[in-house]
Design a protein. Sequence first.
Length: 201
Amino acid sequence: MNGTAPLSPRTNRNLVFDYDINSALKRHFLRRQLGPQHQVPFLKKAQPSDTIFSMVHVLILGTQHPYQVGTAGDEAAEQFEQVISEAITRLGLRGIAEEMNQEWLEHLFKVDASIGERVANSLGLSHKNCEPNDATKREIGIKSRLDARLEVFWASEIKKCFESFPILFVCGSLHAKSMVVRLEKVGLATEILWRDWPRRN
């Protein structure tokens, strides 16, 4: 298997360690390999090959915010936690960044921490909420979720706050594809691990 053809239901979806990370198809590689069939669990067995991940700094996990913070139900929260935990173990992730801030957690979602933050803390990994607070948004002039400066801010925070890579970036699914561009503009090679968990990519 060379990583270029669609995978059949009976295909072994273990990572293909000789895949060319510089290929034009690299954007789709991880999503084909780690598809919805592997939600719980979706990563197993061997550690990733340096030939695949040596050039990747950020893996994006797109989802909806209720899944991100654990308010979509106990079962969904457990599954999302397992997806993150197994990605860390299998892919050797060094930290987690998120489209989130403390104001949202406390006042909008009524929780103390996101699932990603809890997992990072339990494993002793770096964690950063990249969403600017209201005061910072006013200072920058951000008035809409569609303002491109918002994603630019997230990318800048990731670049500034993490020293070790690769990391996971958890964000709303609408931002998954565009954040690849934002992150690569600041020099961080990026792949989409999942565009809109738990939906099919």
